[in-house]
Design a protein around this ligand. Structure first.
Ligand code: KIV
Ligand code: ZN
Length: 517
């Protein structure tokens, strides 16, 4: 059995199904390029049959990524398979990933199909996919709750029909590590053609066991792990890539396995995702959280000073979390900025570079030191934003213990300039009230948080806002050294995302078979 574990990243597909993690095309492309740079083997770029927007973004990613495979997900029906193939066929190395549910509960209630029908659909869909594409992956959805003997028959049929990778998902995060490892071993040992396929695992985190189950399955013989950055995904999320990779890495003595991942790209990748989706990495998050390498207690600090290995099983450098270096000052040139951006993997046009250069310069006027994180925040704001329906032009706010908090704003609302002022219980409330009136919307504020991007009182405030309107939720993010301005921009960003979702949902392709996994 090979000692190589393939890393299949589904941040752009299963991850994007996570509430509030919607990304626009440019953001997806940027993330895909970062995943490529990191060395993932397969990027699952999306579910092309879900909407025209999904189709287009998968097609763009397929064309722009060169050093890894690009997979498109599809149900086991011809129309879906055609859409997936249509979107990925120009990739350097395309993969069709087709799935059908195999648990009794899914077959009965979701698909309304018998075991024999599902077996037949597996044969038909995999052989049709294999007639289009030489690399086909088959997933037995809800495999961990499927009857093992039936699952083995489905897997056997999929391999016979041409599937080269067999994925055994724990779709609802129900499995326990030992039991799941045993299921993988059972399939490898009892499916007579199992040697012709790579077994893959895809674990959800409903019981907090996504990573543990993934590792147990790898120990039992699986050689592909389906993971997401920071573990984002449907419901409680998926197995976190950084945790799986670092477990295999730090405990090479136990697993004896290799991946192609450049671990120093872990932190930059998770940080990039966090900035794109506007959700901060929790401080206690394993591997990438702010506290992951912090030592608070005296005993620990003393041990660390004597020998770092007393309390540190990996170094911040090994995940690319070296202390941020100052990248630009007031007098730095455009060339220095360009080479820094190249180093970070951003490919900008001359026009975009000028836009970012101007924004970084004006930031350097307000802030003593501009760090990598600041520059990335500027790039995401200036270049990767969805086309804005609502734009902030001007903001002034007044507050204090002797004044009624007041905000005055000028905005561009669907191409038209408008201005207004209003009050609130505090300055942020006043700003949000004024924006609501200017754009004539009344969303519900579900979350509001402010983080300092770097240290110091002149640090940029990174504001995250979560809104809900007409059952559509959306997260907005923005940064600025002035947190009131950052709050206004984040709020407007969330409103733009709601507007984008509304127009995207109008072009959703209706589906009659089964829902998104
Ligand atoms: O969770 C799941 O079962 C999936 C499959 C489509 C792989 O996402
Ligand atoms: Zn999933």
């Amino acid at each position: 059995m090979s000692d190589k574990v393939y890393i299949f990243d589904t941040t752009l597909r299963d991850g994007e199904q996570s509430p509030g993690a919607t990304m626009n095309l440019r953001e997806k492309l940027r993330l895909a390029r970062q995943l490529e740079r990191m060395g993932v083997d397969i990027i699952e770029a999306g579910f092309p049959a879900a909407s025209h927007g999904d189709f287009e973004s998968v097609a763009e990613i397929a064309q722009s990524v060169k050093n890894c495979r690009v997979a498109g997900l599809c149900r086991s029906v011809k129309g879906d398979i055609d859409a997936a193939w249509g979107a990925i066929k120009n990739a350097e190395a395309p993969r069709i990933h087709t799935f059908i549910a195999t648990s009794d509960i899914h077959m009965k209630y979701k698909l309304g199909k018998s075991r024999d029908q599902v077996l037949e659909m597996t044969r038909e869909s995999v052989s049709y996919a294999a007639s289009l594409c030489s690399d086909v992956e088959f997933s037995a959805e809800d495999a961990s709750r499927s009857e093992p003997e039936f699952l083995a028959r489905v897997v056997q049929a999929a391999i016979e029909a041409g599937a080269k990778t067999i994925n055994i998902p724990d779709t609802v995060g129900y499995a326990q590590p030992q039991e799941y490892g045993e299921l993988i071993r059972y399939l490898i040992d009892n499916v007579s053609n199992s040697h012709k396929a790579i077994f893959s695992v895809h674990c959800h985190n409903d019981l907090g066991l996504g990573v543990a189950n993934t590792l147990a399955a790898i120990k039992a013989g699986a050689r592909q792990a389906e993971v997401t950055l920071s573990g984002i995904g449907e419901r409680a999320g998926n197995a976190a890539m950084e945790e799986v990779i670092m477990a295999l890495n730090v405990r090479k003595d136990y697993y004896g396995l290799e991946t192609r991942i450049d671990t120093t790209q872990i932190y930059p990748s998770c940080r990039l995702l966090s900035m794109i989706i506007g959700q901060p990495i929790p401080p206690y998050k394993a591997i990438t959280g702010a506290n992951a390498f912090a030592h608070e207690s005296g005993i620990h600090q003393d041990g660390m000073l004597k020998n770092r290995q007393t309390y540190e099983i990996m170094t911040p450098d090994s995940i690319g979390k070296s202390s941020s270096d100052i990248v630009i000052g007031k007098h730095s040139g455009r060339h220095a900025l360009k080479s820094k951006l190249d180093e970070l993997g951003y490919k900008l046009t001359e026009e975009q570079l000028s836009q970012v250069f101007e924004a970084v310069k004006s930031l350097a006027d307000k802030k003593k030191q501009v760090f990598i994180e600041d520059v990335e925040a500027v790039v995401l704001e200036e270049v990767y934003r969805i086309p804005d329906k609502f734009k902030l032009k001007y903001l002034s706010s007044m507050s204090g213990n002797m004044a009624i908090p007041t905000a005055a704003l000028k905005m561009e609302v669907r191409g038209e300039e408008k201005q207004l002022s209003d009050f609130g219980v505090g300055p942020i409330d006043a700003v949000f009230n004024t924006i609501d009136r200017l754009v004539e919307r009344k969303p519900r504020l579900l979350r509001y948080s402010v983080n300092a991007i770097t240290g110091g009182t002149d640090a940029q405030g990174e504001v995250t806002v979560k809104l809900e309107e007409n059952s559509i939720t959306s997260v907005g993010r923005a940064s600025d050294p002035d947190i009131i301005v950052a709050s206004a921009k984040a709020y407007i960003n969330a409103l733009n995302r709601i507007a984008k979702k509304e127009s995207d949902s109008e072009d959703k392709i209706s589906s009659s078979d089964s829902g998104t996994p």
